[in-house]
Ligand binder design. Structure first.
Ligand code: SAH
Length: 482
């Protein structure tokens, strides 16, 4: 669950345990160790974990040899309390201690004593080791990997729990980032995404100072590496070198995830974001001037403390002004320890129904904009990195793909059902090809991070190929092999 950092942490844990001799199983009944990697960024994410853990009580009582571990930001945030309320959880481990997880699991399997792993001073060095010794075990996309460049965050946005769960910002040594990337590329990775909560704040001093553009330049010429991305950007730390590196380095992709969070100056101020709308708009204009065809993505919060209808309307108008490729839209929930939690002037006072409605309005607008803008791809040949078969096949025939889960069909059957329920689709039925065929539906991504689905042989997975786009919805482009 959670952000890219969590996905990377899960990979690191998998790599650590696999190297210790453990094997991954798809079958929960077979598992001797179950690990939940949790997220704290919104209350909803925590509620889901609590419910999942609750469901495991019975299994844990029946299976005396099971070790249940909860890791991630929630484990960090409420470790002791979680242990008290859920005695069936055996190991609790925050993101800064995952290097200790393997040995604690072994220990628990021997003595069955529950443990809440504590912070220690040596953690940072040992975490570096964990990153350095990792191997790729993500069989779903072994050619694409995250590499952390910054741990933690020191921005203290008033809504955000990250500094309290992942600690303060710390840039990793550039040599370590390079060595890790080199190893991954030797293992066959073609696309590297450099990670940080505020990745563009990267600042490492060793004789001279290095920023993110230096990291990109340093890894750029590794043989076999095809694409470089970086997320997430913070609008205040502007280094023109990063933008110029994006424009000049052939492997740097034209994709910028730069959360705006809001369109109103007053709300940005209450959020402690340290920039205003004008700054954000100018920044994006600079990027668009320097990096042709750059795709801009963002995060938006609705229903933050005191958000009036007029302020909300400013976020709507920001979407229209910028015309983002996509937006991750979140309904505000107050997080413990944050300034908004402690400050009586920042109450969580927007009613749930209002948050929901505003969320929906923004999604609809974003959907409309993206669908309009994506039509420009029709007839174009685009380069994609093929990820593999589409897990939840899309229906080529459906032109209107709203940004909701409903666009992804769980089964072929659902796809067929929806085909029959939507009128005016005759003749297009043949576009749905079984995933068992020689040319199942595959998914890939463009340099701008647009999702492309097309039919082709599975052997294309991991390759850079060109497809011609013949249809475009708000979130998906539909292509054909050239
Ligand atoms: N470091 C990133 C944010 C990481 S959290 C940045 O500074 O932009 C990912 C997203 O979750 C945030 O961008 C924000 O949009 C959302 N988010 C964070 N805290 C939230 C909260 N308390 N309620 C709702 N959404 C939140």
């Amino acid at each position: 669950m959670g952000c890219q950092m969590n996905k990377l942490d899960s990979e690191l844990v998998l790599s650590q345990l696999t190297q210790m001799g453990y094997e991954l199983t798809e079958d929960a009944d077979e598992a001797g160790v179950m690990i939940y990697n949790t997220c704290s960024v919104r209350q909803h994410a925590e509620d889901k974990v609590i419910s999942k853990i609750g469901q495991l009580k019975k299994r844990h009582a029946e299976r005396k040899d099971l070790t249940l571990a909860v890791i991630g930001c929630m484990a960090q945030r409420q470790g002791t309390q979680m242990a008290a309320e859920n005695p069936h959880v055996d190991i609790i481990c925050g993101p800064g201690q995952i290097h200790q997880l393997g040995e604690k699991i072994q220990q628990h399997q021997a003595d069955r004593r529950p443990v809440v792993i504590k912070n220690s001073r040596a953690d940072l060095d040992r975490l570096e080791e964990l990153d350095a010794t990792r191997q790729i075990f993500d069989q779903q996309a072994p050619f694409s990997a995250y590499v952390r460049v910054i741990r933690g965050c020191s921005k203290f946005c008033h809504f955000c729990v990250v500094p309290f769960t992942r600690g303060l910002e710390h840039s990793r040594p550039i040599d370590n980032v390079f060595e890790e990337t080199k190893k991954l590329v030797h293992q066959g990775v073609k696309e590297i995404t450099l990670l940080g909560q505020t990745v563009n704040s990267y600042h490492f001093v060793n004789g001279r100072s290095y920023n993110l553009a230096d990291v990109m330049e340093r890894i750029h010429d590794l043989d076999g590496l095809e694409r470089i991305r970086f997320v997430t950007n913070y609008p205040c730390d502007f280094h023109p070198e990063i933008m110029e590196a994006m424009a000049s380095l052939p492997k740097a992709c034209e994709y910028l995830h730069m959360p705006a969070q809001h369109g109103s100056d007053a709300v940005l101020k209450r959020m402690n974001r340290h920039y205003d709308r004008g700054h954000y708009v100018d920044l994006i204009a600079k990027y668009r001037e320097t990096v042709p065809d750059i795709a801009i993505a963002s995060d938006i919060i609705v229903g933050y403390s005191g958000e009036t209808e007029a302020e909300f309307t400013e976020t709507m108008s920001l979407l229209e002004e910028i015309r983002f490729k996509n937006n991750y839209i979140f309904q505000y929930s107050v997080r413990p320890k944050t300034q908004a939690d402690r400050d009586l002037d920042l109450p969580d006072d927007v009613p749930r129904e209002v948050k929901k409605r505003r969320n929906h309005q923004l999604l609809e607008l974003q959907n409309k904009i993206a669908k309009e803008d994506n039509q420009r791809f029709i007839g174009q040949s685009v380069e994609i990195l093929v990820e593999g078969p589409s897990k939840k096949p899309h229906l080529n025939a459906v032109g209107d793909t709203p940004i909701t889960k409903a666009t992804l069909y769980d089964t072929q059957e659902d796809q067929q059902k929806s085909l029959h329920s939507i009128g005016n689709l005759t003749n297009q039925k043949s576009e749905v090809t079984s995933q068992e065929s020689d040319t199942p539906q595959l998914v890939g991504r463009t340099r701008g991070d647009y999702i492309v689905v097309f039919n082709g042989p599975k052997t294309l997975a991991g390759q850079l190929i060109n497809v011609t786009i013949h249809k475009a919805s708000a979130v998906t482009l539909f292509g054909q092999l050239a």
